[in-house]
Ligand binder design. Sequence first.
Ligand code: NAD
Length: 271
Amino acid sequence: MYALKDKVAVVTGAGSGIGRALAQLLAAKGCRLALADVNEIGLRETAATLPSPALLQRLDVADRAAVFAFAERVQRELGTAHAVINNAGVAVSQTVADLSYDDFEWLMNINFWGVVHGTKAFLPMLQAQNDGVIVNVSSVFGIIAVPTQGAYNAAKFAVRGFTEALRHELAGSGVKAICVHPGGIKTNIAAAARFYVDPDGVSDHRKAAAHFAKMARTTPEQAAQTIVDGIEHNRERVLIGGDAKLIDLIQRLMPVNYWKPMQALMKRMGQ
Ligand SMILES: NC(=O)c1ccc[n+]([C@@H]2O[C@H](COP(=O)([O-])OP(=O)(O)OC[C@H]3O[C@@H](n4cnc5c(N)ncnc54)[C@H](O)[C@@H]3O)[C@@H](O)[C@H]2O)c1
């Protein structure tokens, strides 16, 4: 059992959704918090819900130098980090044929490179004390690929590969790497997406976001609880929600032809 009390925990994307719920739960566990988000207003809203002050940093995780400066600030002001949760993320919904390089690079810079920067900036201090955990948030879309999610799939599969390689490298040491695969979580992610079209051909963003809200069954608080359980119980792979467990199973049973049954399942869940 990994004890979180009095440990320094870092959460990116802490201004909304899963990141906010993680901040609240980790504060309740007695962690000293360093919270970052590109959205300063959301970050302050999160901080206002916490029982004690946290280190707050406006941060674009795509900015490598800024992420390394953040890690230095955390060490200077709070001491060496123990739990680093690379959670910040965005979505793009567009077919590969029509996906612009601008949208693709925007997403990869946050969802993939943001995770790499967060890992590489904090890993040396975790390894120096031979204690800690890097938690990288992938998705069920790092397990299955979905039409119109080519950019998001590319980033989330990459996060999974990167994190699993790191996990193997760290085996036998006091530092762990956990890859997290949430299913649908009721957050702002779909509403905040760069949206063009969804897998059903819907191009009305409001309609698609409402469909996502129906389909996403897990609350951010439940997601945070599952992630923190994973840290405390030294799990290496964390699936969040019954939908994620089912998707993982379908992918293993039908590694090539999973999309048809998945599409039917997603349609039913959205009704
Ligand atoms: N909601 C879901 O169904 C779901 C499913 C699978 C995976 N995820 C992943 O969970 C993570 C959290 O997403 P969420 O659902 O809580 O969404 P959210 O939109 O509620 O929160 C994401 C947060 O990340 C922040 N952010 C965006 N770009 C940033 C940047 N460049 N630098 C720093 N912060 C930035 C946003 O301001 C926001 O506060 C993401 O990585 C997402 O891909 C979510």
